[in-house]
Design a protein around this ligand. Structure first.
Ligand SMILES: NC(=O)c1ccc[n+]([C@@H]2O[C@H](COP(=O)([O-])OP(=O)(O)OC[C@H]3O[C@@H](n4cnc5c(N)ncnc54)[C@H](O)[C@@H]3O)[C@@H](O)[C@H]2O)c1
Length: 249
């Protein structure tokens, strides 16, 4: 198993990519702390992982809340599993609002959930990971790499996630802490399916995707598994597009 004896925290684990990662990581031997705002869905996922012979706990968690990171997520993980090897900063929101309609409130909310959360999570695990190393994977977007039209606050927040991933990789490499990002393309999840399944959007998007299909939550989970595991021991500071080739067109 590729994550045998590893302990992983995964945020946004009640849906989409985070849910797929929780199942895959547990199946690969990791002990998983799954966090999300959606407690009921989270509890069902944790129960299913246990039914399948895996080990997991669920924590109700607003990723933008520093106190929950330091007073619940980290201590409860240590209490349950004794250490933290992997952090997946996955939770995020996307509110499709054109630049000219962005309000201060929307801008601040998107930054708090998509960007500040990444810093808070990394800060929370840093003292522990400094002792034995670790792998952090931040879920960015191809919006950080291309001039995609759409919600300005989302694009800006993901650009910053990609940038701080590189900065943290430089700062913490000497502690054996690797920090990488994944830049998903058009991936079918509850966040995106309403737009992606719209025939008009589909007709416009498909010509720009060399592999001629949308990605799945599992395709992102597989990339996260590689970056979380020791198979990527010499990889750090990378922004990995998992996008069917969208960013090369
Ligand atoms: N779906 C795509 O096409 C796509 C493309 C690029 C990047 N992404 C990014 O991938 C990540 C996962 O998205 P997804 O498509 O699986 O979406 P999703 O909506 O299916 O899942 C996101 C999860 O995050 C949780 N969440 C939202 N706000 C939270 C908060 N404040 N605290 C804790 N949890 C919170 C939600 O409850 C949900 O369970 C996000 O960061 C998203 O921006 C998605």
């Amino acid at each position: 198993m590729r994550l045998q004896n590893k302990v992983a925290i995964i945020t946004g684990a009640a849906s989409g990519m985070g849910e797929a990662m929780a199942y895959l990581f547990a199946a690969e031997g990791a002990k998983v702390t799954a966090t999300d705002l959606q407690t009921e869905k989270l509890n069902k996922i944790v129960a299913k992982i246990k039914e399948q012979g895996g080990d997991a706990i669920g924590i109700t968690h607003n990723v933008a809340d520093r106190k929950v990171w330091t007073e619940q997520v980290v201590p409860q993980t240590i209490k349950a599993f004794g250490k933290i090897d992997i952090l997946i900063n996955n939770a995020g929101i996307s509110v499709p609002t054109p630049f000219e309609e962005q309000t201060d409130e929307l801008w601040a909310k998107t930054y708090a959930i998509n960007l500040n959360s990444v810093m808070l999570g990394m800060q929370a695990v840093l003292p522990l990971m400094k002792k034995h190393g670790g792998s952090i994977v931040n879920i960015s977007s191809i919006a950080a790499l291309t001039g995609m039209s759409g919600p300005g606050s989302y694009t800006a927040s993901k650009g910053a996630v990609s940038a701080i991933t590189r900065a943290a990789a430089v700062d913490w490499g000497s502690f054996g802490i690797r920090v990488n990002a994944i830049n998903p393309g058009y991936i079918l999840t509850p966040m995106s399916e309403v737009f992606l399944n719209n025939e008009q959007y589909k007709a416009a998007l498909m010509p720009a995707i060399p592999l001629k299909s949308y990605g799945t939550a599992e395709s992102i989970a597989q990339a996260a598994l590689f970056l979380a595991s020791d198979e990527s021991a010499y990889v750090t500071g990378v922004n990995l597009p998992v996008d069917g080739g969208t960013t090369i067109t």
